[in-house]
Design a protein around this ligand. Structure first.
Ligand SMILES: [Zn+2]
Length: 318
């Protein structure tokens, strides 16, 4: 019969989780690897040996990183204690296309500039449009504000007309004008994708031992989507464990997600052994003590220690 330990290893290999998790731990040590200044302007986006993808927050920082590429790759490989990374890709941090504080979002200037400039005087608003603007403006009491608001709405309205004339389409979900022929804008596509993944995650949280075949009848999703949700959850719990969590819930969740075994098919000792493989070796003393207690080492030492110290005290008294 195969030992459970062996099965655990197989479960991990199947998902490629073990290696990837080890690679991902660098995220928690990024400050130590590249130094606090570079770390505050960069983020690790993806690690797939031999390549690492890093984002920088400005173009200046992209240049800075590019110039120090060799040194940074060396530090990364020093962390892994092996030359796993030989290639670095740099990208700019994802920028939102939509102004967040607007109830009716508009396309950013950058996109408009890439097209013809708006010739405001050539765009004429219909009477209906003007009436609608007036009805919005009239909700404001302050006369000065009213006029400024009116001007703003008119120029915005004209911008939208201009964009529609340029062939921009409206997103079916948020109605933003977009320069693409899709049903939804980039932001909405991303939101919908995340909604789906989170729905799968909710299902998996309730049945952490489930496999794709168990999930499919309840939630319509592809295998890739299921794997993404699964991976995110596994990383979430392994992360807690890596940082020293001794919570029974965290440990059992990680074990069930990885092995697809129900709680009654697992024993405390197996779960503890599995989790110990993922703990950081750099935990502080308090955490180390807690973990030793979990392994049953501390109790034994504590008894020995208290015996010794009481003997010592007795001797000193006499
Ligand atoms: Zn949208």
């Amino acid at each position: 019969m195969e030992s459970l330990d062996l099965l655990l290893g197989k479960g991990l290999q199947k998902l490629g989780i073990l290696e990837q998790f080890k690679l991902n731990t660098i995220v928690h040590h990024w400050k130590d690897v590249v130094g606090p200044i570079i770390a505050s302007h960069t983020r690790i986006i993806d690690i797939k040996p031999p390549r690492i993808v890093i984002s920088a927050d400005t173009s200046q920082w992209m240049q800075e990183i590019k110039m120090n590429e060799k040194r940074i790759i060396k530090h990364i490989n020093d962390y892994y204690k092996s030359d796993v990374i030989t290639e670095m890709r740099l990208i700019m941090q994802r920028q939102s296309y939509i102004k967040q504080d607007e109830e009716k979002p508009l396309i950013l200037e950058k996109e408009i500039k890439s097209r013809d400039y708006i010739q405001s005087n050539k765009i004429v608003l219909t009477d209906d449009d003007v009436d609608r603007i007036d009805s919005i403006v009239n909700k404001t009491n302050n006369e000065e504000l009213k006029e400024a608001f009116r001007k703003l709405l008119i120029s915005r309205w004209k911008k939208e007309i201009h964009l529609e004339q340029q062939g921009f389409q409206r997103c079916e979900r948020c109605h933003v004008l977009m320069d693409r022929n899709n049903q939804y804008c980039v932001s909405c596509e991303y939101d919908l994708y995340r909604e789906k993944i989170n729905g799968i995650k909710t299902f998996i949280r309730n049945y952490p031992y489930c496999k794709y075949g168990d999930c499919k009848p309840h939630i319509n999703c592809t295998f890739t989507e299921f794997s993404t949700a699964m991976r995110e959850l596994i990383y979430f719990y392994l992360d807690k464990i890596y940082k020293g969590s001794t919570s029974r819930n965290h440990m059992y969740m990680a074990a069930m997600l990885i092995t697809h075994k129900k709680p009654d098919e697992l024993t405390d000792q197996h779960v503890i052994n599995l989790c110990n493989k993922y703990r950081s070796k750099f935990l502080d003393e308090e955490k180390q003590k807690e973990l030793q207690a979990l392994r049953g080492i501390n109790e034994w030492e504590a008894i020995n220690e208290s015996n010794n110290s009481s003997e010592f005290q007795d001797n000193s008294k006499s």
